[in-house]
Ligand binder design. Structure first.
Ligand code: GTP
Ligand code: MG
Length: 338
């Protein structure tokens, strides 16, 4: 019980400090960083603490913008986020950046500290830049990114930009917790439209060709490809038609156009549907995380795992069809359910 009241105190203190001024410029950044560290903890061991902090956060009242940015390593995500962020800051918005690092899946810790370089934005009083280790093996990227987004919203940020890396599970999961997804493409790199997986094309709301200064002709070709892809792939959002823009963070071209695509996306007119979309997203990732937990728990049961091994062995040695094995397994499962 003593530990419970202790964690109560920490949560109250953090919520008090994080929400203290309700405005990012007066924010206690150390408290915000602490709160983010807390919600990113391993849910298996710190689930109560995380849930307590999340429950103590007030619901979002202002129309916040949740933006995901993805693309191959080195495509220019961080550099572009800095430009987009500065442009949004100039328009009066406050901006928090969370950089999700899927490599933590392998190394067990974030190595992003020196990779997230947004030197100008980091110093802005209305901005906050945070490298976040993804926790794919304990609770999922969707859950921990969602939590981190909510903490930033509670701290008063208007815009939360999530930088994700590479192509894979983490990226699709991030698309479940943001409203808008930007897909960055480098012309002539093999990462352009032809090489991008369909699933990611479909969740992209804006295709962004990067580093157009390096090869303006190739950038134009890539832009044209993106525009035709935008016509080909229907957006998964009824209120939005996919767009494409060519940018250079170096020569600062295309940034205003990108900013206006973002502002159009979050228009008052669209916002009601964005809010509805958040409700559906919550259900989707809740269901997935719960299913994962059910499976993980079931696998801890010795009978279940030995029955699975038995079925796998029968498939291998007796060549029984997998559908027969599944049927046998589900029959067996129904006998032990109660
Ligand atoms: N010429 C040129 N170089 C750029 C531009 N944008 C980024 N770069 C350079 O490209 C390199 C990678 O940029 P980052 O912004 O770190 O790319 P990233 O996609 O965030 O990289 P990871 O996070 O490691 O996946 C850096 O050396 C940047 O300076 C651009 O518009 N033009
Ligand atoms: Mg980066």
């Amino acid at each position: 019980m003593a530990s419970e009241s202790n964690s109560d105190n920490i949560v109250n203190q953090l919520v008090g400090e994080v929400l203290g001024s309700g405005r990012p410029e007066g924010l206690d950044r150390r408290a915000l960083a602490k709160a983010l560290t807390m919600v990113e903890q391993n849910m298996d061991t710190h689930g109560d603490e995380v849930a307590e902090l999340m429950a103590a956060l007030p619901p979002t009242t202002k129309p916040t913008w949740r933006i995901g940015v993805t693309g191959a390593p080195g495509v220019g995500k961080s550099t572009l986020i800095e430009e987009l962020g500065m442009s949004l800051l100039a328009s009066g918005k406050s901006v928090a950046v969370l950089a999700v690092d899927p490599s933590s899946k392998k190394s067990g810790g974030s190595i992003l500290g020196d990779k997230v370089r947004m030197p100008v934005m980091s110093l802005h009083p209305n901005a906050f830049v945070r490298p976040t280790a993804s926790k794919l093996h304990h609770g999922g990227t969707a859950a921990s990114t969602h939590n981190a987004i909510r903490v930033c919203e509670a701290a008063g940020f208007d815009v939360i930009i999530v930088e994700t890396v590479g192509v894979g599970q983490g990226e699709t999961e991030v698309s479940e917790v943001v409203d808008m997804f930007l897909l960055l493409l480098l012309p002539n790199s093999g990462d352009d439209v032809q090489g991008i997986k369909r699933g990611i094309m479909e969740v992209a709301d804006v295709f962004v060709v990067t580093k157009s200064d390096l090869d303006p002709i190739a950038a134009n070709v890539a832009l044209a490809q993106c525009k035709s892809a935008a016509r080909l792939f229907m957006s998964d959002k009824l209120f939005w038609t996919q767009r494409a823009v060519s940018t250079s963070a170096l020569s600062k071209t295309g940034i205003d156009e990108l900013t206006s695509h973002v502002a159009d996306f979050f228009s008052d007119e669209n916002y009601k549907q964005i809010a509805t979309n958040r409700d559906s997203q919550n259900v989707i990732w809740f269901n997935r995380e719960v299913s994962t937990q059910i499976v993980q728990n079931a696998m801890k049961n010795a009978d279940v795992s030995s029955m699975i091994s038995e079925m796998l062995l029968s498939m291998k040695t007796e060549k029984i069809d997998p559908s027969v094995a599944v049927h046998k397994f589900s029959k067996w499962l129904s006998t032990i359910k109660q």
